[in-house]
Design a protein around this ligand. Structure first.
Ligand SMILES: Cc1cc2nc3c(=O)[nH]c(=O)nc-3n(C[C@H](O)[C@H](O)[C@H](O)COP(=O)(O)OP(=O)(O)OC[C@H]3O[C@@H](n4cnc5c(N)ncnc54)[C@H](O)[C@@H]3O)c2cc1C
Length: 391
């Protein structure tokens, strides 16, 4: 067992932290207020090679592992969880599905501009009538000569309005199917821009398709196998969202710790009142436990092991920790924590969505509990196997 990051991973962690502190954190409060995407920061991230960190070098990426990507997402999200969401969706939901499920031609054509950050990626599964139940989507892909005509309404697409490339899911004759869509295709329009509680610097938009032609060669995977693409994408993407949650928690913890050392009541810093000191101890312990779950899940993915359940555990726990730690950080600051003069109220708002997107906490529990029960049923001597055959 080895708890030490490799020199390459340590290097990316340091570079990411330095970039986040210098280029991302100073703008976070303003972007949150103004509901604005920081294109200038995204360009700098692209120049620094951070928009395709875990994309293979042959397709224009930096060729690093998923654990390195999680280190990056944690640091960026510590500075601004909205920028973290933009980067996470661009990479794991907008780019990696093509790397994982695309043909050689598709990878060569679509991935390099994404990996270089020249095109922003997005992922459109959710619709007004369905979110968790992906099999119930209604967008239709009608077969026509040379490809498909797609009509439907996709809701809450992160990066929707600013994306150049979309991974789109629609129902074709053989079932739910994934497509790669260039956002300059005709007959695509934008609906409502979501006014959100948190992660405000990541734009979230409805995208409307009115008989949009998609050529056959832009279908991602086989017709009718789109859910495999969606779930495979989310299995990996969730690890990144768990890293985002750890980043938010770490930001809240650091701010609360610094504040507690400086604020005096009853003749001593509040950090020396046991009630506050113990909050800090609990916050730090939970963050470290959550981070280890993220590292474990990323490590399993990097080793080519099944990581659906470890990713679900990491997201379930890290998102819970982000919410608890941000809540307690406000308590440590008292009334100041509730005011916009301090960033902890933003962390509290940003943390909330980590329990919702890329699969709610209830869906993570479904993934984990199904695996437990399957393992139990398959174990030698299990109740299922030793049940007497009667009649
Ligand atoms: C800020 C933001 C950004 C987003 N970005 C994207 C994006 O880029 N692309 C995209 O496709 N989607 C995106 N989404 C959508 C997100 O993935 C969905 O909101 C999420 O999957 C939940 O779906 P829903 O909101 O329709 O809730 P529902 O599926 O309607 O669920 C409502 C409640 O019921 C619970 N529930 C549902 N089914 C079960 C079950 N079987 N057992 C137990 N409980 C259950 C849920 O956990 C939840 O608590 C985004 C959402 C937000 C808020």
């Amino acid at each position: 067992m080895n708890f030490v990051l490799s020199p390459q991973q340590l290097d990316i962690k340091e570079r990411a932290a330095e970039f986040a502190d210098r280029e991302v954190a100073p703008h976070a409060a303003e972007l949150d207020r103004e509901d604005r995407v920081p294109f200038e920061t995204l360009e700098k991230m692209a120049d620094a090679g951070l928009m395709g960190l875990c994309v293979p070098e042959e397709y224009g990426g930096a060729g690093m592992d998923l654990l390195s990507y999680c280190l990056l997402i944690e640091e960026v999200s510590r500075a601004d969880a909205g920028v973290g969401a933009t980067l996470a969706v661009h990479t794991s939901a907008g780019t990696l599905p093509i790397v994982m499920f695309g043909t050689e031609e598709q990878k060569a054509r679509w991935v390099p501009p994404l990996a270089r950050g020249e095109s922003i990626g997005c992922f459109a599964l959710t619709e007004p009538e369905t979110g968790s139940d992906a099999s119930a989507i209604r967008a239709r892909a009608e077969r026509v000569e040379g490809g498909y005509r797609i009509s439907g309404h996709k809701q809450w697409v992160t990066n929707g309005r600013v994306a150049g490339t979309m991974i789109l899911f629609a129902r074709a004759p053989e079932g739910v199917t994934a497509f790669i869509v260039g956002m300059d295709a005709e007959c695509i329009s934008f609906g409502k821009h979501a006014e959100k509680m948190g992660v405000i610097s990541a734009t979230t938009d409805d995208v409307l398709f009115d008989n949009v032609f998609i050529p056959e060669e832009d279908r991602l995977g086989e017709e009718g196998r789109g859910l495999r693409v969606a779930l495979g994408t989310l299995d990996t993407g969730r690890i990144g969202i768990a890293a985002q949650a750890v980043g938010i928690a770490e930001a809240a913890f650091r701010y609360a710790t610094q504040y507690a050392a400086g604020r005096t009541t009853f003749g001593k810093p509040i950090a020396e009142h046991q009630a506050i000191a113990f909050k800090l101890a609990d916050m730090q312990t939970k963050i470290r436990a959550a981070r280890l779950l993220v590292y474990e899940a990323a490590w399993m993915k990097d080793r080519g092991e099944r990581h659906a359940e470890s990713g679900a555990r990491a997201k379930l726990y890290a998102s819970q920790v982000a919410n608890e730690v941000a809540y307690e950080a406000i308590q440590v600051l008292g009334g100041r924590g509730y005011m916009k003069d301090h960033p902890v109220e933003r962390y509290y708002r940003d943390a909330r969505v980590t329990e919702i997107y890329e699969g709610t906490s209830e869906i993570q529990r479904l993934v984990i509990s199904r695996a437990i029960l399957k393992e139990q049923a398959e174990a030698p001597g299990s109740v299922e196997q030793s049940r007497p055959v009667v009649g």
